[in-house]
Every structure is written in structure tokens, then in C-alpha cells.
Design a protein around this ligand. Structure first.
Ligand SMILES: Cc1ncc(COP(=O)(O)O)c(C=O)c1O
Length: 437
């Protein structure tokens, strides 16, 4: 059951089963499109990632990058695992507040934080803000002054490292809209400005997130070296000692059988060994440095499966067969946005041999709404169920109501039980913000 969550299996009815639940029964009970989270998988993955780092460097903190998909359900699971979070909006902050997440484990990010977001975070007791640009230093200092609080700040750096991923996912390169370049002097300038506000802002660390879907550890080693070089410069120029180093997230996960996983143990070993080497070079005082990671996708993507019902099947003879499903770019924009690839299985015909190559088309009014351009499947007909694995990250949080179509329900399955963790939207939900007088 490659790519499917760990409790997935094929049952005696030739159906896909997850968390002890037959997905054909789930489709009947909850409807489709349906997002199914395997809770056992989700909890195990959080523990594995946390332990991979904490066992190698005790003062490690794993923050979940909530942009990958956040909801009260997910927030509680990751809170139980002892993870903190990286947030970029008041909405994400509000979920953290509702589940009672320790504000000391919340890091506020964003390349254009609004005054309202900064105020909300500081009012909530959030202690860490990651500074993205020169402009926001005054803004954060001003709000901290107004609220009479002190803030621990990290500088987000753009270390000019190419992570060899899709252009839209490369965020640490020199031309990135995120972070402060080191080579132009902007990063050092930011550090100096922060020290002018020392009664409110304390510069405690450096941050870099070089991109997403990275399958090679070398860009991380290069990032660590670049950050430590800059830390030495900081100490010499501004007298700031590093207390925290945040390496962002970005570890790739396979979406199709042809992609190879980058095992978490390998990532942790490569990163922590490079980090220890740099620590020993920089100074013994840094030996209790806090090492932070912010994976999003690697924590959540593989825990969910998207389930769709087949509608029209259109064969364009000698060209292509389209299998149309009841979801598409409204719940998964990634294929249309940056050519993301996926695979699929027919959930009610799991052991049937593939007989044809088809495209899985979405139901939305865009030619680009094709979830999968080519996948080998058994004969498919109206009413069959299509299961697409690795559906947990950057799908639901980017979902839209294009064509005025409600967004899917989300359920969690475990030990043979299923429960709704987000109900399906209704047309009524979609119209409730419209004012018609
Ligand atoms: C600052 C920051 N940290 C962490 C992440 C998580 O990335 P990923 O989901 O690829 O691990 C992102 C993603 O965009 C990010 O912008």
C-alpha cells in the first residue's frame, strides 16, 4: 500500500480500508469528495519527527507549519505530540488559542504581517516573531511598546541557496520575496535596527526556509553553514549571541510511486551532524542553542486520502480517456497551480488489474482542472470511487468555492470508527456573506 497511510489495507471485499473503516461505507455515510485522515498515522508521524531531532539534539523544537492544513482537530493532535506551530494569520492564531497551545511555542511568520496580526499575537502572549523585512521592525517595536511587552525576534534570511525544487517552491534564493538577503547587507542592517529597540525587541536567532519538496540534504547543510557564517558576522558587528536557529521545513514527500522518500532519520542525521559541527566551531556558549524545524508537508501530507466519486467517463478515441470526478481544483489546486503529480486507485476495485491509462479530470470549469494527467487503472465506470493518497497538505487550506461549490467534509478514522472533524459546507454557508437588499 505504498503512499497510503499506514493503517490502509485491502479488505476481503476488494475495497480500500483505512483505520479499520471500509472507504466504500465511508463514502455512503459521509458523501464525496471526502478527505479521510488516518489518525494513527498522523500521531505516529508527529512522534517520529519529534524524536528524530530531539534524540540527536535535546534542545530541539519542532514547529508544525500550519499553512499545510490547520484545524482544531489537527491542532490538538500536534499539541499532544508536544509540537509548537509556525503561524501566518489571525485565523491560525485563533485555532491555537482555542486549543490552549503554549504561546511560547508559537512563532509568527509572514512577509507582510498586518498590525492587527502582530497585535493579536502579542496580546495572546506569543513570544517569538520572525522578522521578514526592514519595514516591519519599526511596526513590531511600536506595537510591543503600545502593549508594553518584550518580543524575541528572529531574522528570516534569504541565504541565496537553490533547493532544486519547483520555482514556485524555492523561497531562499536571492530573488525570493521572503526574507532578508545577507549579501546586500540588509540582514546586518536589520540586526542593527533591532538593537536600537532593545527595550522591546531581543534578537535571539536566525531563520531560513529555503523551499519545499526538497529531496536532498545538501541544501540544508549549505544553509546551516551560511547561517553560522552570518552568526559570526553578527557577533563581531553587533555583539549579538545566537540563542535559536530555525531551519524552516521543506522536506519532500513522494506523491507518486516513482518518487523516493527522504527518510526522516536521514534528514535528522544530516542536519544535526552539520549543526553540531558548526556549534563546535562557533563557540562553546552556543552548545545549548535551540534548534528549530518547521515541517508542514512532511508532518501531514501522507496521513490523508482524498476520495471522489466517478461521474462522466469520456473516451476521445486514440487520444485520451477522461474519468471525471466530483472534486478537482476546488479542493486540490496543486496540479493546476504548479503541475503537482499524484497517483490514484479505484477504491472499490483495489485488486483489479489496470487495463487502461486515463486522466482524472476535475468538475470545475477550467481546462487546467485535471488532477492526474495519466494513471493506469482498471475499467472505471460511473459510481466507482477514486482514492488519491498523500492528500493531507496544501489541498484543503488552499481550497476554494469556485463555481460556487461547497468544500468537502473531513473525517478522522481510527480503530474502526469514523468521525466528522469538518462538516461538508452547504450552499447556505456559501451565500451567508452576500448582502442582497
Ligand atoms: C516559513 C515556512 N516554514 C515552513 C514551511 C513549511 O514547508 P513544508 O510544508 O514544505 O515543510 C513553509 C512553507 O511554505 C514556510 O513558508
Amino acid at each position: 500500500m505504498q503512499l497510503f497511510p499506514r493503517t490502509a489495507r485491502i479488505n476481503a471485499r476488494n475495497h480500500l480500508e483505512i483505520g479499520g473503516c471500509d472507504v466504500v461505507d465511508l463514502a455512503r455515510e459521509f458523501g464525496t469528495p471526502l478527505y479521510i485522515f488516518d489518525e494513527t498515522h498522523l500521531r505516529a508521524r508527529a512522534n517520529e519527527i519529534r524524536d528524530a531531532f530531539c534524540s540527536r539534539w535535546q534542545n530541539s523544537l519542532v514547529l508544525y507549519a500550519t499553512k499545510a492544513y490547520y484545524s482544531p482537530y489537527i491542532a490538538r493532535i500536534f499539541k499532544d505530540a508536544g509540537l509548537g506551530i509556525d503561524v501566518t494569520s489571525e485565523g491560525e492564531l485563533e485555532i491555537a488559542r482555542r486549543v490552549g497551545l503554549d504561546p511560547d511555542k508559537i512563532y509568527l511568520h509572514g512577509n507582510n504581517k498586518t498590525p492587527a496580526e502582530i497585535r493579536a499575537a502579542l496580546t495572546q502572549g506569543v513570544t517569538h516573531i520572525v522578522i521578514d523585512n526592514l519595514d516591519e521592525i519599526e511596526l513590531v517595536a511600536h506595537i510591543a511598546d503600545e502593549l508594553r511587552v518584550t518580543v524575541r525576534v528572529l531574522l528570516r534570511l534569504a541565504p541565496a541557496i537553490d533547493p532544486h525544487t519547483h520555482r514556485h517552491l524555492a523561497t531562499g534564493i536571492a530573488e525570493s520575496k521572503f526574507g532578508l538577503p545577507i549579501h546586500t547587507g540588509a540582514a546586518l542592517d536589520a540586526a542593527r535596527r533591532i538593537t536600537h529597540h532593545s527595550s522591546r525587541l531581543t534578537l535571539v536567532g536566525l531563520h531560513a526556509h529555503i523551499g519545499s519538496q526538497i529531496f536532498d540534504v545538501q541544501p540544508y547543510r549549505d544553509t546551516i553553514a551560511a547561517l553560522f557564517d552570518f552568526a559570526a558576522e553578527l557577533r563581531a558587528a553587533v555583539g549579538v549571541e545566537l540563542q535559536e536557529l530555525d531551519l524552516g521545513g521543506g522536506w519532500g514527500v513522494p506523491y507518486t510511486e516513482t518518487q523516493n522518500e527522504l527518510p526522516i532519520e536521514q534528514v535528522a542525521e544530516a542536519i544535526v551532524s552539520s549543526f553540531k559541527l558548526q556549534v563546535s566551531k562557533l563557540q562553546p556558549e552556543t552548545s545549548n542553542l535551540k534548534l528549530i524545524f518547521e515541517p508542514g508537508r512532511a508532518l501531514i501530507a501522507s496521513s490523508a486520502v482524498a476520495l471522489y466519486t466517478v461521474g462522466a467517463v469520456k473516451e476521445i478515441r486514440n487520444v485520451k480517456t477522461y474519468v471525471s470526478v466530483d472534486g478537482g481544483m476546488g479542493d486540490n489546486i496543486r496540479p493546476a497551480l504548479y503541475g503537482a503529480t499524484y497517483t490514484a486507485r479505484v477504491a472499490n476495485k483495489m485488486n483489479d488489474a489496470p487495463t487502461q491509462r486515463v486522466a482524472i479530470a476535475g468538475r470545475y470549469c477550467e481546462q487546467g482542472d485535471v488532477l492526474i494527467h495519466a494513471v493506469d487503472l482498471p475499467r472505471v465506470e460511473r459510481g466507482d470511487l477514486i482514492a488519491i493518497p498523500v492528500a493531507g497538505a496544501y489541498q484543503l487550506p488552499m481550497a476554494s468555492n469556485y463555481n460556487l461549490i461547497p468544500r468537502p467534509a473531513v473525517i478522522a478514522v481510527r480503530d474502526g470508527r469514523a468521525r466528522v472533524v469538518r462538516r461538508r459546507e452547504t450552499i447556505e454557508d456559501l451565500l451567508q456573506c452576500d448582502v442582497d437588499e
